[in-house]
Design a protein around this ligand. Structure first.
Ligand code: NAP
Length: 282
């Protein structure tokens, strides 16, 4: 099974995302079961955020983790940029902890950069680590210049991960951001690794090479897409699965490995960037 190290913690390289969970009351029970199925089959990471449905996704997470051993879970939550200030971050964090029903988050991310000075946010995040409310902190939607600025700040290098959009259709960060992160041993948390079930470009599920690879590995195109995001190590992929079947299918991607020829063929179809790309965000 592929693993990834975030800070000092070694984790299975696939977690479960929760954006849009809790949006429809009729789907909530199945979403809770999907998270539980993932946890029962070895997933440790649950990725959520105060933004998702204004706390509704956090509520689903709270239901799903009842009765689970807390120390076996790795819960990631995110603070909105407007709340990432001296006056508001702790309040936001306390609200999220209450909603999820836990005493601490394993990782707390700045969801994206906003108007609050980065130095102020880092000071608050460090204070929360010292209070024991979070075990570690990181960032999301950061590009090269953002990380370089962060690393200049006092305690800035305590950042343990950067969560960015990454999938076969969105390889822009391979040009400069991923090499920089690798050099600094900063893992990537790859969001939307399934390109939102290929609803963004629609180019993936119909691609003949992806279909062939799926057939030869006896898996689905989605499992191929997920496994591809993990091919270099140093990446945690967090597909959202709102059904038990999808949650179980996604776990199987941990067992898929590609030959060099297969990876080269994928790169021919979905080329690496050859120049700096604007950071893709959702
Ligand atoms: P995604 O994971 O790329 O795609 C989710 C979609 O794929 C859902 O429609 C899901 O359907 C479907 N799906 C999942 N597993 C499948 C499978 N095995 N076969 C077929 N379809 C499958 O998109 P995402 O939700 O945007 O990204 C994942 C997570 O990353 C989010 O949930 C969130 O936690 C995080 N995220 C973070 C940021 C950020 O700014 N930090 C931004 C976007 C996302 P069902 O729901 O029916 O299973």
């Amino acid at each position: 099974m592929q693993t990834v190290k975030i800070g000092e913690t070694s984790l299975p390289a696939i977690g479960i995302g929760t954006w849009h969970m809790g949006d429809h009351a009729s789907q909530a029970n199945e979403e809770v079961r999907a998270i539980q199925a993932a946890l029962d089959h070895g997933v440790q990471v649950i990725d959520t955020a105060e933004m998702y449905g204004n706390g509704r996704a956090e509520q689903i997470v709270g239901r799903a983790i009842q009765g689970q051993k807390r120390e076996q879970l790795y819960i990631i939550d995110k603070v909105l940029p407007n709340n990432a200030s001296h006056g508001r971050l702790e309040q936001s964090l306390d609200r999220s902890l209450r909603t999820v029903g836990t005493d601490y988050f394993d990782l707390y991310l700045l969801h994206w950069r906003g108007g609050v000075p980065l130095a102020e946010t880092v000071t608050e995040l460090e204070r929360m680590v010292n209070k024991g409310k979070i075990r570690a902190w990181g960032v999301s939607n950061f590009d090269v210049a953002d990380l370089e600025e962060l690393w200049q700040l006092p305690h800035g290098t305590n950042c343990v991960a950067n969560e960015d959009l990454y999938n076969l259709d969105e390889r822009g960060i391979e040009y400069d951001l991923l090499p920089l992160m690798r050099k600094h041993h900063l893992p990537l948390i790859a969001y939307s690794p399934l390109s939102q079930a290929d609803t963004i470009s629609g180019k993936l599920t119909t691609n003949p090479l992806l279909k062939d690879l799926a057939a030869s590995h006896h898996v689905s195109v989605y499992q191929i897409m997920l496994a591809w995001t993990l091919r270099n190590g140093n990446t945690l992929s967090i597909p959202k699965a709102g059904t038990v079947q999808h949650a179980l299918d996604n776990m199987q991607a941990l067992e898929i490995t590609f030959s060099t020829d297969e990876l080269e063929a994928l790169t021919k179809q979905f080329p690496r960037p050859t120049s700096k790309q604007p950071l893709a965000v959702l």
